[in-house]
Unconditional design. Structure first.
Length: 330
């Protein structure tokens, strides 16, 4: 039987982890804050990883991973998405000559300035086996990499969403917006101030689930929070999906929330100029506004037309089963 070592480090990767698959799990500690880590381990009933590195620096992650790989001697290393932890796992696998498996492969925003975009391309070049979240991602890899080990399985976060149903309708359903802001480019002083000014000008009732990085910037620069914006701590995954399901709109710079909003058929306003989840924009469920105040206000005040297209473009909730079946037969 083949042995697999899986490297994860943040909230989205916790959600995508397959608890039914036999693997050695290493948690890097990229999301080390308890509100981003423990709440999801508990909420998703994820067993504690065999290794918790408690590291946030890329170089240190790699240095800590290599001895674990030498000790565990896995046949394959699995990484998810496009994070610092993903890159650390990829570099460690390359260093120890262990074949790499990339889950959520083939995604592209086509913005080379984004660290995440560069990481995606590096990982896809190195990986031996690719699992893509959509047909478009699969085609992209097959055209550019000429790699035959590309499987379209869907987005694993859709699987996790099915565990949250049925959702419970709130009394104020569709009268509030859910917001998250966490990317480094959006949590610098001026972009964050612009976003919050736009929130205030919209007069929409906004529940902003605050990332520790965002909170630090707000505190450091004494940024004013508009009266219509309520700052909230991160909540367990199932509660967050319930919040999204009955929101008027989602405002975010998170890739995961874009997919979740899309599947729940809620309109999303993305605080970026591009997205790797291009199908959400093509089908009319996602609007890219960056940090432009006028665009944000306009999008919040506008009554969007219902999007179109296939809600199952990222799969039907069986991505983990498909991946498990393929890996168990390697």
């Amino acid at each position: 039987m083949k042995k697999f070592l899986t490297i994860i480090g943040n909230r989205p990767q916790l959600i995508k982890l397959d608890n039914k698959f036999k693997q050695v799990v290493v948690y890097t500690g990229q999301h080390h804050d308890k509100c981003l880590k423990d709440v999801f381990f508990r909420g998703l009933k994820i067993p504690k990883p065999q290794y918790d590195l408690n590291e946030i620096k890329l170089g240190r992650m790699i240095d800590r991973l290599i001895p674990i790989i030498k000790k565990e001697k896995p046949h394959y290393i699995i990484v998810y998405g496009d994070t610092r932890s993903t890159l650390a796992g990829t570099m460690a696998a390359l260093s120890e000559n262990i074949p790499l498996i990339h889950i959520e492969a083939g995604c592209r925003s086509f913005n080379e300035r984004m660290p995440e975009e560069r990481i995606r391309k590096i990982v896809d070049e190195i990986a031996l086996i690719h699992f893509t979240p959509s047909i478009e991602c699969k085609k992209r890899l097959e055209e550019n990499l000429k790699n035959t080990n590309v499987y379209n399985v869907g987005a694993t976060q859709i699987d996790s969403m099915f565990t949250t149903f049925p959702t419970k309708r709130f009394k104020d359903a569709y009268k509030y917006c859910v917001a998250t802001i966490h990317r480094e480019s959006n949590t610098e002083k001026e972009p964050l101030k612009a976003i919050l000014r736009a929130f205030g000008a919209s007069e929409s009732k906004i529940r902003l689930y605050i990332h520790p990085r965002t909170q630090k910037v707000i505190n450091r620069y004494k940024i004013i929070i508009p009266k219509n914006v309520k700052l909230l701590k991160p909540i367990p995954y199932k509660k967050m999906i319930n919040e999204i399901a009955f929101a008027d709109k989602i405002i975010t710079d998170s890739g995961g929330l874009q997919v979740e909003a899309f599947f729940l058929r809620r309109h999303c306003i993305t605080l970026r100029e591009e997205t790797e989840w291009t199908e959400t924009v093509d089908q009319g469920w996602n609007r890219l506004v960056g940090t432009n105040e006028k665009k944000i206000v306009s999008a919040l005040k506008e009554t969007f037309k219902r999007g179109t297209g296939d809600m199952y473009v990222y799969g039907q909730g069986d991505a983990k089963d498909k991946i498990r079946m393929i890996l168990e037969n390697l």
